[in-house]
Ligand binder design. Sequence first.
Ligand code: NAD
Ligand code: GLY
Length: 368
Amino acid sequence: MYQDITHIKVNLIKNSYEVLVGSNTIYDIGFQLKQLKYSIGTKILVVTNPDVSKPYSSSFIKSIQNEGYEPRLLTIEAGEDQKTTESIALIHDAAYEHKLERGSLMIALGGGVIGDMVGFAAATWLRGISFIQVPTTLLSMVDASVGGKTGVNHPKGKNLIGAFHQPKLVLIDIDTLNTLPEREFRAGMAEIIKYGVIGDKELFEKLEEAKDLKNLESIDRNFLLEIITKSIKAKAKIVEKDEKENGLRATLNYGHTFGHVVEALSGYGKFLHGEAVSIGMVIAGQLSLQENLWSKAEAKRQNELLIKAGLPIKWPNLDEDLVLRSLRADKKVKDGHIRFILATEIGKVKLVNKIKEDQIYKLLSSLN
Ligand code: NAD
Ligand code: GLY
């Protein structure tokens, strides 16, 4: 129906799907449902939150109804603290009331929190039904909506409860970013920069050449489409080779090991995930330098790009013993050694297994 939609295929042994990226695409959802190659029945549960529902849900639902489907809208409060098994129960209750069947569909309309929850609710309803991702934050467009990681938080830790469950389609409308708070937009940019550092030098250089990365209004639409598309392709390529994270997929966690520590020890909510990842990338870069894996000049290029995107780069003042304890709890420790994804050059990273705890103390003391 709409021209100018970029199609990106995520090729998996089972359950391949497409990511569609374009402008003004969400009101085309009904049409896109008709294009699916399998039957999805008529009953559809759309899950969203108030921030997204207000600007988008009414036309979204109409587009689905116009094609003869019976959608029901469930709105869950916004925020990471809603990413719980209680919210999953709300989604399952709505699925029951709306009489969703094995062949029915759920749609996640929102950011990564909604996407992760709906994916998990779909994975567990009637032993697994189909779902579609309609991501509305930059972070969920380039990362959370693609790759099939779904789940919720446990009181003891983030994303401890989950399942791999691939969506049937990811429908991205970059115009939904118009209503996204600026800070959230920048947090998403951290993940785009990450794709440049871990595997796409050309993307990194494009970001370096851009006039501005901080404000949506001053970013050219075609450029935005291009960097979103490149990021999704980078993620798809990795997921295709290592869907269940047996190795290569861990490279997507560049900056995340220290990022998780920053999030946890500063108190969840102080830093957005992408902001913590930005700080984590700086520290991972510093550790790469300490290990003589890359050059000062490359670390500087990475950090300058993060600054250009308006992201924080300064390591907060955190107790070193607590940092170590947090790293140990982050499932990254094996035989007294901590595993990190470290940069070797712009566009290349490697998994390093042999970092000893005293090397981390050395790194942390160099930061103060
Ligand atoms: P989010 O879903 O909390 O959204 C951020 C904020 O923006 C929320 O307040 C939301 O209501 C609001 N919002 C969303 N879209 C909007 C729009 N278009 N206009 C106005 N407001 C809007 O956060 P996020 O950054 O999208 O996702 C973070 C979550 O994603 C975390 O829970 C993280 O664990 C998860 N995640 C998952 C994966 C994965 O592979 N599954 C990858 C990365 C992150
Ligand atoms: N966000 C990391 C992953 O999808 O593996």
